[in-house]
Design a protein around this ligand. Structure first.
Ligand code: HEM
Length: 443
């Protein structure tokens, strides 16, 4: 794409200057952001530098940040100054979702949700992850190319359903059927403004509302069953942990909030991880040396190189390329720039991960850059600060177990196929052809 932005100011002359602005008509900026996001943002960085302003429908006047140190400043800003981006995913998940909360309420909810996402709880889920991987891969064809993205989506959905709700059952079969079409539609609609009039039950909004009614009904039945379970206190699933947990004042979460939060975890917790795994196969097919090292290490029982590979994967093929905040303070000073009240601040995670000072030769896929080193602060696939992804450790263990299980049971064939392009699914970037590979079972 040619560079279509026009320069306003190149660099701040004195502290407190507004960032340079992309001076294209608002609808054009919207089309570029929606349809050519990565190229648009990179081209704007080249022209304006790492902090620039855009004006788009939905988020309104926004400042895009691509510099690692400034991104960190945004993530670590006081929650009195910057609150969650407005509007946000609570439009999809409901007002009881953690995405809807800020300040004290957000802190209290994060504390309440923390136990299921800590070390030992996550270790308890490893068996479920391995079982689901074996179940899904049992029917993988040998010697014929197929896309891995959908299988990965099924694995991560089944894992999150089982870890969230505990056991298998008819309600879970129902959710297993209804979540994928809902997730597809909800992702597409995530950044579209809802019309102020009733669009009818067959419109996308009508279908989302109907899904929501059915989801709540199913969850309320599961809550009723769980509350009648004499072993509720011993259960390790997230629903049970939520029902047993209490805020500092001793009050429990309301059932509607539990339902909103469960939908949040199902929605936020499976496509993201599946998309990253789809990219893992897309990359490994094209990097025989990395694959050989992974197989060798796996056979010897190690995982250091696998960890480094997952870190590099999430840098080089970032699936969630933006995290947002809203300026609540009268203004927010970022480096030398001054961002006014009411602006959106967008951290362009994909651009931060392409910063050549933090990650030399950033386009190269090279897991060795992370072997034996601490992950740099410029690595932010899970966002940062008080809103950093609550499922980061969960996703990491899940990707680790899925990869190690597949490497143990299959040989992945490598070739010099051209890289798959990136495809934006509304929230996550996925490999356009679905991360296609050819496998053979190991003898
Ligand atoms: C590779 C997989 C994943 C990626 C790349 C990812 C990425 C992200 C990002 C970028 C954010 C925004 C952070 C910010 O605003 O600073 C986020 C938030 C969140 N993620 Fe994830 N995520 C992943 C997996 C998961 C999983 C497995 C779960 C749950 C089981 C989950 C639940 C959430 C929740 C609840 C939030 C909102 C946190 C808050 O607002 O306090 N994510 N994630």
């Amino acid at each position: 794409m040619t560079d279509v932005t026009t320069v306003d100011t190149k660099a701040p002359s004195s502290p407190g200057t507004p960032p340079p602005a992309v001076r294209l008509p608002k609808p054009v900026q919207m089309v570029l952001l929606a349809g050519f996001r990565r190229r648009f943002l990179r081209s704007a960085v080249k022209r304006h530098g790492p902090v620039f302003a855009i004006n788009v429908p939905f988020f309104g006047r926004s400042v895009v940040v691509s510099d690692p140190a400034l991104a960190r400043q945004v993530f670590l800003a006081s929650t009195d100054d910057l609150i969650n981006v407005q509007p946000n995913l609570s439009r999809t998940f409901g007002p009881g979702s953690v995405f809807a909360l800020d300040g004290k309420q957000h802190r209290a909810r994060r504390k309440l949700l923390a136990p299921p996402f800590h070390g030992q709880s996550i270790r308890n889920y490893e068996k479920v992850i391995e079982e689901e991987t074996l179940r899904e891969t049992a029917t993988w064809p040998e010697g014929r190319e197929f896309p891995t993205l959908e299988p990965m989506n099924r694995i991560t959905l089944n894992v999150i359903l089982r870890t969230v709700f505990g056991a298998d059952g008819t309600e879970l079969d129902y959710l297993r059927e209804m979540i994928p079409p809902w997730a597809k539609l909800a992702s597409r609609m995530a950044t579209l403004p809802e019309p102020p009039f009733n669009t009818g039950r067959y419109s996308p909004w009508g279908r989302l509302a109907e899904f929501r009614r059915n989801f709540d009904r199913t969850v309320f039945e599961l809550i009723e069953k769980a509350e009648a379970d004499p072993r509720l206190d011993d259960r390790t699933d997230i629903l049970a942990l939520m029902l047993c947990s209490r805020y500092e004042d001793g009050s429990p979460m309301s059932h509607q909030d539990v339902s909103d939060e469960l939908l949040t975890l199902l929605g936020a917790g499976h496509e993201t991880t599946a998309s990253t795994l789809g990219w893992a196969f897309e990359r490994l097919r094209r990097h025989p040396d990395v694959l050989a090292e992974l197989v060798k290490e796996n056979d010897e029982g190690g995982n250091e190189f696998r960890q480094a590979t997952m870190v590099e994967l999430q840098r080089n093929r970032t699936v969630i390329d933006a995290a947002g905040r809203h300026v609540q303070a009268p203004h927010f000073d970022l480096g030398d720039w001054r961002i006014p009240h009411g602006y959106t601040v967008i951290i362009a995670i994909g651009n931060v991960h392409a910063d050549a000072d933090a990650f030399p030769d950033p386009e190269r896929f090279d897991p060795y850059r992370f072997v034996g080193t601490r992950t740099p602060t410029a690595w932010v696939p899970f966002g940062g600060g008080t809103r950093r992804c609550i499922g980061a450790a969960f996703a990491n263990v899940e990707m680790d177990v899925v990869l190690r299980t597949i490497l143990r049971h299959f040989v992945i064939e490598t070739d010099d196929a051209p890289d798959e392009k990136s495809h934006f699914r509304g929230i996550a970037f996925t490999p356009k052809d679905g991360g296609r590979i050819v496998v053979r079972r190991r003898g």
